[in-house]
Design a protein around this ligand. Structure first.
Ligand SMILES: NC(=O)c1ccc[n+]([C@@H]2O[C@H](COP(=O)([O-])OP(=O)(O)OC[C@H]3O[C@@H](n4cnc5c(N)ncnc54)[C@H](OP(=O)(O)O)[C@@H]3O)[C@@H](O)[C@H]2O)c1
Length: 253
């Protein structure tokens, strides 16, 4: 197994993988965080915080730190750091793996409208009372909407401009279907806007929306350059223990 691993973090999967690697003899894991979260959950192993200063600097950092492998376990919407990882790992000659949870898939009874960007989602929402669960950044695209009422739920309070008729709700998952049903009922929500983050922890809102016939505006994942990719922590561990083989590039869904 590779000795020194840079783990680009910011997700639950990265935290789980850091714990597994920190417990593996002979492996040194360094988890890198952007530093946006005020009170990040504790991580096993070493950590570093803050941007690298661009892809060239990341490549130089990989070489200077004698990194043997990079695992990009960042959030599926963190496109800049993922693109930088692809370029920098190529420049530094260090194998790279993307660890990405699969996106969500609509099933029978779902009323989803897939949209390429948050800005596109903000134009022509199919409802008047909106639950926004898209994180705390990028919300300015909704700020000019004077007519609709927004319930904005995020882990940390947003700091940019917001719509005039908005209420903030800071909450961290996991969320339950009964809890999400109660929230949608209480605020008479008639449209849900979310990003295709995937994962179980925040999927209950989609079940609740289906049960209540509430349409979902689903923002698609941003494109990222292709690289070898896996969906689970176990697969990432297997990739490392097999010497970081270079399978056919699969990229993100
Ligand atoms: N976007 C989301 O919806 C979302 C949701 C949950 C968690 N997160 C986590 O929050 C972090 C920032 O997300 P973002 O969407 O702002 O990223 P981004 O747009 O892809 O990255 C912007 C810049 O932030 C720095 N950066 C991002 N992730 C980093 C990391 N793990 N370690 C060191 N530097 C990092 C890089 O700066 P330099 O160019 O200076 O290197 C990067 O160019 C990520 O770690 C991500 O996993 C994001």
């Amino acid at each position: 197994m590779s000795n020194r691993v840079l783990l680009l973090g910011g997700t639950g999967e990265a935290r789980q993988l850091a714990a597994r690697l920190a417990a593996t003899p002979g492996v040194e894991v360094i988890t890198s965080l952007a530093g946006r979260t005020r009170d990040p959950a504790r991580l096993e192993g070493a950590t570093r915080t803050g941007g690298f200063g661009g892809r060239g600097q990341l490549a130089a950092w990989l070489t200077a730190e004698r990194i043997d492998a990079v695992i990009d376990a960042t959030h599926p919407f963190a496109a800049a750091i993922s693109a930088a990882a692809v370029t920098a790992s190529g420049q530094a000659g260090v194998p790279l793996l993307q660890l990405r949870r699969p996106g969500w898939t609509a099933g029978p009874g779902d009323d989803w409208r897939r949209i390429p960007t948050l800005a596109a989602a903000a134009t022509g929402l199919p409802g008047e009372r909106v639950l926004l669960t898209v994180g705390r950044t990028g919300l300015e695209v909704f700020a000019a909407d004077q007519r609709r009422w927004f319930l904005i739920r995020s882990v940390q309070a947003p700091d940019g401009p917001l719509p005039a008729r908005a209420r903030l709700l800071t909450a961290r998952g996991p969320f339950t279907v009964p809890g999400e049903l109660a929230l949608l009922h209480e605020h008479e929500i008639d449209v849900l806007v979310t990003k295709d983050s995937g994962g179980e922890l925040t999927a209950a809102k989609l079940t609740a929306a289906r049960q209540l016939g509430v349409p979902v505006v689903m923002v698609d994942r941003p494109p990222v350059p292709a690289a070898p990719a896996v969906a689970t922590v176990a697969e990432a561990l297997a990739w490392l223990s097999h010497g970081c083989p270079a399978p056919a590039a699969r990229g993100r869904d």
